[in-house]
Design a protein around this ligand. Structure first.
Ligand code: NAD
Length: 292
């Protein structure tokens, strides 16, 4: 029979993910503190109502504090053996806290943050990086297959969040490096297309250069070709880099590049032109600056 899903957090990502589950035949009850009405989703008036009788409760929320609040509310209501599947990006510690709470309540838990953004959520082509037991992952897999095109079981609880923040720390650092190199190349009189042609096929290549080139009119179509409309907003990069530095502090890991990327993106959002712009808008920022 149809899988019953409670979906909590129907924002930019959650709404299209919930609509895809409904389209695939799941019975979806949804809750959000804001007004929303994703197609095919029955909106209920509190999170516990969404969790009642659910086979799977999915959360897509802003941060770990809110996740813990919502978990405390739904775990006592969920049927024993049901799955709480958190797809939000949150700190590793909160993910492990909620995993422990779930275990005490006899509920399976998987932390499964996503990559792919709003476009991937709408298209059902997200990548999920998952942490939890084999049993919990197996129960989450049909959900991943509907909402995404790839899922990786990364390890025990918290491993999904760990993979996500490590990936995005690399992304932030390579984007900064790619943008500062383009700005240097400009000042050296090097043509941007030649720069792309060389670097994208050489050892300086990365996703930031090859797939998400920050220079307008160069390489594939990217937010740079649309006046740096996100895409992936700089403030979301600040969030993810902040989580990486919080995690690094907790386990005494030395991450100077991540720390510098966080400092640059924080300044970009708070004091420069970065707020609401795609994170690749670091390129015009570097172009406009001179050496400190
Ligand atoms: P969003 O702000 O659009 O959605 C969050 C939703 O949660 C909002 O609709 C909000 O009203 C709701 N909410 C807040 N508190 C609540 C509560 N107590 N109970 C129920 N609902 C509550 O954010 P988003 O872009 O959809 O992102 C969601 C998560 O996905 C975040 O953790 C984000 O870091 C992550 N993420 C986002 C992207 C992206 O490109 N937007 C990409 C990957 C991961």
């Amino acid at each position: 029979s149809a899988i019953k899903v409670g979906f909590i957090g129907l924002g930019n990502m959650g709404a299209p993910m919930a609509a895809n589950l409904a389209r695939a035949g799941c019975i979806v009850s949804g809750f959000d503190t804001a007004l929303t009405s994703p197609e095919g989703v029955t909106i209920v008036s509190d999170p516990a109502a969404a969790a009642q009788n659910a086979d799977v409760v999915i959360t897509m929320l802003p941060n770990g504090a809110i996740l813990k609040q919502v978990a405390a509310c739904v775990l006592p209501t969920m049927p024993k053996g049901a799955l709480l599947l958190d797809c939000s990006t949150v700190d590793v510690e909160s993910a492990r806290d909620v995993a422990a709470q779930a275990e005490d309540a006899g509920i399976l838990f998987v932390d499964a943050p996503v990559s792919g953004g709003i476009g991937g959520a709408a298209a059902g082509s997200l990548t999920f990086m998952a942490g939890g037991s084999d049993t919990a992952f197996a129960k989450a897999k049909p959900m991943f297959d509907i909402m995404g095109q790839k899922s990786v079981h990364c390890g025990a609880s918290g491993a999904g969040q760990a993979a996500k923040i490590c990936n995005n720390m690399i992304l932030g650092a390579t984007m900064v490096a790619t943008c500062e190199a383009f700005a240097l190349a400009d000042k050296l009189g090097l043509d941007r297309q030649k720069m792309f042609d060389v670097v994208s096929t050489s050892s300086g290549s990365s996703w930031s250069m090859n797939t998400y080139c920050p220079a307008p009119g160069i390489g594939p179509e990217t937010p740079a070709d649309n006046e740096y409309t996100p895409g992936f907003a700089s403030e979301l990069m600040v969030k993810d880099l902040g989580l990486s530095q919080q995690a690094a502090a907790a386990v005494d890991a030395d991450t100077p590049m991540g720390a510098l990327a966080l400092a640059l993106y924080t300044r970009f959002v708070e004091e420069e032109e970065g707020l609401g712009k795609d994170f690749s808008a670091m390129l015009p920022r570097f172009v406009a600056r001179s050496r400190p």
